[in-house]
Each structure stands twice: as C-alpha cells, then as structure tokens.
Design a protein around this ligand. Structure first.
Ligand SMILES: NC(=O)c1ccc[n+]([C@@H]2O[C@H](COP(=O)([O-])OP(=O)(O)OC[C@H]3O[C@@H](n4cnc5c(N)ncnc54)[C@H](OP(=O)(O)O)[C@@H]3O)[C@@H](O)[C@H]2O)c1
Length: 277
C-alpha cells in the first residue's frame, strides 16, 4: 500500500470572530484492489459521504450499487464513478425485500451492506423537537438501517454467501457524547445495534462495524468549507468525505477481519473524554 497523494487542503473559517486559514495534510492510500470480490450496496450513495465511499470502493475493485431517493442524482453519480444504482427510500421498510433481491441480482451476489443514509434536522434544542421531526430521524437513521440489515442477512442466508460478509454503519461523533435531540439518540442507538449484531453474527461469518465521522463537508452541514461555523474541534478543522471513505474502505476489506463491533471515530480524538479538557 503506498501513499497516492499528499494534498494540502486549505480550509478557512471564522474562529472566535477572526478568519484563519487552516491547513491539513490529507493522505489517501493508493487504490490496490483491496475490495476485489466485494459486492456492495451503499445507501445514501448518490452524494456526500456515501458518494465518496462508493467512489473509493469502486477504485478498490469492488462492484458497487448506490441507493437513495433521488433517481436523477443516483444516475449522474453512478455514471461518474461507473457503478450501479437503484432507488430506495429507507423509510419504506415494505420495499426492502424487493430492493435487496434486485440489488443481489444486479451485483451478482451481494456480500456487503453500507447503511449510510441519514438526516439531521438540527433542532435548536429539546423543546424545539416536534413528533414529526422525531419520527423522520428515527425512521431514516435507525429503523431503516435495522430492517435493511435484516433483509440483507436473510438474503445472505438464502444464497449461502461464501467468505466474510461485511456490514458497515455510518454513525456519528455525536454518538460519543450525550444528546437530547433525536439525531444523537439515533446514532447512540446505532452503536448499540452495531455491537449487538457484531456479537450475535460473528460465527456466521459477518464483520459488523461503524465509522463515526466528525463534522464533514457535505450538504448536511452546509457543504461549504469556507463557512463561518465555529467549531470546537481540537485540531480546528472539518473533515472531508474522502477521509472517512478511506476508513470505510478499510473496514469493508478483509484486512480488517479481526475488527468486529468497532465504532471508529473519525475526528482526531475530539470526543475523547480527557480529564484536562
Ligand atoms: N456530514 C457530517 O458532518 C456527518 C457527521 C457524522 C455523521 N454523518 C452521517 O453520514 C451519513 C451521510 O450524511 P452526509 O453528511 O453525506 O449527508 P448528505 O450529504 O445530506 O447525504 C445524505 C444521504 O442520505 C440519503 N438519504 C436521506 N434520506 C434518505 C431516505 N429516506 N432514503 C434513502 N436515502 C436517504 C440522501 O440521498 P437522497 O436525498 O437522494 O435520498 C443522501 O445521499 C449520515 O448517516 C449522517 O448522519 C455525517
């Protein structure tokens, strides 16, 4: 594995009212077919973190199918990185069996699932959360992952998939702290699900892990690395979807088969509960 490129990425944003340029050295591993023979479905793969992951997975030799609600976005993204696509609303659990059957046929035998689709409604606080907001975040970030994973495992049982089967979740650094709003609750619950499933299914050939990104440039956070979000990261920067995608690719590869039930927090240690904070 070599280092493909060393990119100096400049991010400037307002810190304590003053614009400061922030520099970060970002390293990417050279594509080397680490995901050869992986046939991956990734939800929310049309844009944001999911798209960066899909792009990395394709470059590592995987056969990839991206899923999401917006067919136009999926079509365009799929043609950009040469992968398959299939519309899916992760709130619509009744469509999951049909979706997984179709994806399995299109991929020629699905063996990896990435539960990445998610929403955050950024409510002001506990009192600002409506039942509708609560339900839509639970349904997208938790209920959808739960039942799609169920459909995936049922399909793998039916097709007797050989080799290690991988399931990856996109959690969040929010899951490492307390939160009174639905988004944080969904991600904390997701971590429990990851560990519960990992323990339950290890002897059936599954490896089930999560990435938990810090604030990463995407539509969810406004998409602008030059915005004025004041952010208390210890290294004072945002992350790029490509950085999270590197970690995701490692977790889907057989190089990480001894990892199971792990939540890899991609924020340079911001949420470590240090005594001297
Ligand atoms: N960006 C961050 O700072 C950050 C930090 C920690 C964790 N995360 C997590 O990373 C994941 C991806 O977020 P992102 O930052 O890439 O956000 P994003 O750019 O807003 O992308 C969200 C993705 O989820 C899909 N999606 C949303 N609702 C869906 C539904 N009902 N059915 C199917 N797909 C749906 C969207 O596709 P369609 O609109 O086409 O359906 C889109 O592809 C989420 O789970 C998020 O919680 C993000």
């Amino acid at each position: 594995m070599g280092i493909k490129s060393k990119i100096k990425h400049s991010i400037s944003f307002l810190l304590h009212g003053e614009a400061k340029p922030i520099y970060a050295n970002i390293h990417y591993l050279a594509p080397n077919e680490h995901l050869k023979d992986k046939k991956i479905v990734i939800t929310g793969g049309g844009r944001g973190l999911g798209f960066a992951m899909a792009k990395k997975f394709v470059s590592e030799g995987a056969k990839v199918l991206i899923a999401g609600r917006n067919e136009q976005t999926l079509k365009q993204s799929a043609s950009e990185i040469n992968c398959l696509y299939l519309p899916l609303d992760v709130q619509d659990t009744s469509s999951f069996k049909g979706f997984i059957d179709k994806a399995d046929k299109m991929l020629g035998g699905i063996n990896c699932l990435v539960n990445n689709a998610g929403i955050s409604l950024h409510e002001e606080g506990f009192l600002a959360v409506s039942p509708k907001q609560f339900d839509s975040q639970i349904d997208t970030n938790l209920r959808g992952c739960f039942f799609l994973t169920q459909a995936f495992i049922e399909k793998c049982n039916e097709t007797h998939v050989e080799g290690t089967k991988k399931i990856l979740f996109t959690s969040s650094e929010t899951s490492m702290t307390v939160d009174e709003r639905p988004y944080g609750l969904t991600k904390a619950a997701l971590n429990s699900l990851v560990q519960g499933l990992a323990y339950r299914y290890v002897n059936e050939g599954y490896r089930i892990n999560a990435v938990a990104p810090g604030v990463t440039i995407s539509d969810m956070v406004g998409g602008d690395a030059n915005g004025d979000l004041r952010y208390g990261n210890i290294t004072h920067r945002y992350y790029l979807p490509e950085e999270v995608a590197e970690v995701a690719a490692f977790l889907l590869s057989d190089a990480s088969n001894c990892l199971n039930g792990q939540i890899l927090v991609c924020n340079e240690g911001k949420t470590i509960n240090a005594r001297w904070k």
